[in-house]
Design a protein around this ligand. Structure first.
Ligand code: PLP
Length: 382
């Protein structure tokens, strides 16, 4: 299988797998226990906290471990909105956010909060000037660092500055950016930053929320004082150990991987352009992650393409969701103004650490062949 779906999840790094396996064997005590064994578990968590903090230029004390991106987004948006309820019951999110942020906003709506949306441009990023138009009683704004579908990098620092000037706290979902581009949390200016282990060579089910000192936040999971009182529950010890090591290795390899992936992405795009008539690359002119290509293959529906590629041993992701036979365009592409007939023909191809140049050449040929087959079956001229 040629795996080109690294934005969905990454293969675990072998060193991480080994460290986790060893920890499952040797570290069984509860990190909250006072005895020596408990303290060994505690020390492993604190080491991982340092490793994760270093990846994003934060202080270890600002890191709250939790179960991943979805929980982090819920904790940040809902926790920040609750903590500032006396100032207003209104939050804002960009139109480009991941389902996890839309889901957290839905919880707030259910609780009677108002939710506003920050519009996207055709190139796939939000216009920072939109912040100046948000209602006065807005307390939190969510803007991701890099979009999971297009890879487009958002103007987070500028948005953070404009938000701070209006007393609005900023939540930044950096799940797709972490490990792919350098992140320095203090310069970014976000009050809450979320990352997830399985997107950077770590295990599924571990993530972190980085909280800027003094930023208001209420816990969702209560009842015990874990994670500075911000996330109750016995820690996912082996997951956190794996996360820490994955973060350290991602930081170590970040520049070399970036330098390797950028020309590979360029080759993928030029190869597809040569082979497929009418190809449209979404967000092409915007700054993007080094690993992500989101392209429409007019006349070839993404669910059909996905199946044709799977049959040929290539794993990618559809830019459109397929529910019971009908294909729905991605809300991200729709927010960018991509017409429906083009949006339902989009694929997300995301390369990564394990992708080789040879695999890429094979994938280009297989994608071109699949487009021909799908267009042929649909009666579209090739
Ligand atoms: N945010 C973004 C931008 C993502 O791409 C994802 C995963 O696809 C998530 C949040 C959710 O992360 P997790 O799978 O760790 O819950």
């Amino acid at each position: 299988m040629i795996y080109l779906d690294h934005n969905a999840s990454t293969p675990i790094r072998p060193e991480v797998r080994d460290a986790m396996a060893a920890s499952l064997e040797s570290l069984y005590a509860n990190p909250s226990s006072m005895h020596r064994e408990g303290q060994r578990s505690r020390a492993a968590i604190e080491r991982a906290r340092e490793q994760v903090a270093a990846l994003v230029g934060a202080s270890p004390g600002d890191v709250v471990f939790l179960s991943g991106g979805t929980e982090g987004d819920h904790e940040a948006l809902i926790g920040a909105a609750w903590a500032q309820e006396s100032r207003g019951r209104r939050v804002a999110i960009s139109e480009l956010e991941h389902h996890a942020v839309h889901g957290a906003a839905d919880v707030l709506k259910r609780l009677g909060f108002a939710v506003e949306h920050l519009a996207a441009t055709r190139e796939g990023y939000v216009d920072p000037r939109g912040v100046d138009l948000l209602a006065r009683d807005t307390t939190v704004l969510s803007l991701m660092l890099a979009n999971n579908e297009t890879g487009v990098i958002q103007p987070v620092a500028e948005v953070a500055e404009r938000a701070a000037a209006r007393g609005i706290r900023l939540h930044c979902d950096a799940v797709q950016a972490a490990g792919k581009i350098p992140i320095h949390a203090p310069s970014l200016g976000a009050d809450y930053l979320v990352i997830s282990a399985h997107k950077l060579g770590g295990p599924k089910g571990a993530g972190a929320l980085i909280v800027r000192r003094g930023a208001p936040l209420e816990p969702l999971l209560r009842g015990s004082g874990h994670e500075h009182g911000l996330r109750g529950g016995t820690e996912n010890l082996s997951g956190i150990i794996g996360f820490g090591l994955a973060a350290e290795l991602a930081a170590r390899d970040l520049e070399s991987e970036r330098a390797r992936l950028i020309p590979m992405r360029a080759r993928l795009e030029s190869g597809l352009r040569e082979a497929v008539a009418g190809l449209v690359i979404h967000g092409e002119r915007a700054p993007r992650l080094p690993n992500t290509v989101n392209a429409s293959f007019p006349g070839a529906r993404s669910d059909h393409l996905l199946m044709a590629l799977d049959a040929r041993g290539v794993a990618v992701s559809a830019g459109a969701a397929c529910a019971s036979g009908a294909v729905e365009p991605s809300p991200v592409l729709t927010a960018m103004g991509v017409p429906r007939d083009l949006a339902v023909c989009a694929l997300r191809i995301s390369i990564g650490r394990t992708t080789t140049a040879e695999e890429l050449e094979q994938a280009i040929a297989k994608i071109a062949e699949s487009v021909r087959v799908v267009r042929g079956a649909a009666g579209v001229a090739r």
